[in-house]
Design a protein. Structure first.
Length: 250
């Protein structure tokens, strides 16, 4: 479903991704761990067309990210097409990124109505079902500021799902939450995993990774240091850097 080949990315003279190779199969959950600054967010952003890669290639569902192929040649995508493709991938941010001036319901229907041109009534119906699924049916008319962080993040997940994406990306979805609110958000993400959603989750929640991940990837300094099933990477890491990191977060 996601195929990342030899991806390099620099910001000025700072090389942030130093040759990333990663494959994610449909229906699998990949958890990405790694210290701050190791390039995890940048990696997610390249998958979602939010950053261009300097070298290498990423394809999602067999389609190259950022490019269109014509015969043997590749052409950079126009911005409109980038935006359209971005709607096929759900992205959940650390800081929720809800529209503060819109109600919960309007946050969830915004993209389906404006980007996918869904009829409003249809979008509202779908949004209400999604809000029910994340346990917030009674908050449809509230504004983000009236909700707890955990509730806001669950709205953000409903909003991502409203685009019916084939792929979901989570960038430290619980890092901005008070500890007592982490569980309710992880529960929602776990449910999605059990439904067979394809997702890549950047998180420091090792317990969640152990329970939900099909593959755990450990990144450090712009590289994938090791990857494998959680029983290997978390219980019997081969690399010293992985061991050191795990001893700090556990
Ligand atoms: P992580 O998510 O693992 O903490 P990031 O991908 O956010 O790491 O960042 C990796 C490195 O790239 C950091 O040193 C960060 O400061 C730098 N970086 C990220 N985005 C930008 C940007 N837009 N411009 C310049 N440097 C950036
Ligand atoms: Mg990050």
């Amino acid at each position: 479903m996601v195929d990342i080949r030899s991806v390099h990315k620099s910001f000025g003279s700072l090389e942030v991704l130093k040759g990333i190779d990663l494959s994610v199969r449909a229906g699998e959950v990949t958890v990405v761990l790694g210290p701050s600054g190791s390039g995890k967010s940048t990696l997610l952003r390249t998958i979602n067309h939010l950053e261009k890669v300097d070298r290498g290639a990423i394809s999602v569902d067999g389609v190259l990210v950022g490019y269109r192929r014509s015969g043997n040649r590749l052409y950079e995508l126009p911005e409109r097409e980038v935006l359209r493709r971005r709607t096929r991938i759900g992205f959940v941010f650390q800081n929720f990124n809800l529209f503060p001036h819109l109600t919960v319901l309007d946050n969830v229907i915004e993209a389906p109505v404006s980007a996918l041109k869904r009829p409003r009534g249809e979008a509202v119906e779908a949004a209400r079902r999604l809000l029910e699924r994340v346990g917030l049916a009674d908050k449809a008319d509230a504004y983000p500021r009236q909700l707890s962080g955990g509730q806001q993040q669950r709205v953000a997940i409903a909003r991502a799902l409203a685009l019916e994406p084939g792929l979901l990306l989570f960038d430290e979805p619980t890092s901005a939450l008070d500890p007592e609110l982490v569980g309710e958000v992880l529960d929602v993400i776990r449910d999605l995993a059990l439904q067979g959603r394809t997702m890549i989750v950047v998180t420091h929640e090792i317990g969640f990774a152990r329970e939900v991940a099909d593959t755990v990837v450990f990144m450090d300094d712009g590289r994938i240091v090791e990857q494998g099933p959680p029983t290997e990477v978390l219980e019997r890491p081969r690399e010293e850097r992985t061991r050191l990191f795990l001893s700090k977060v556990l």
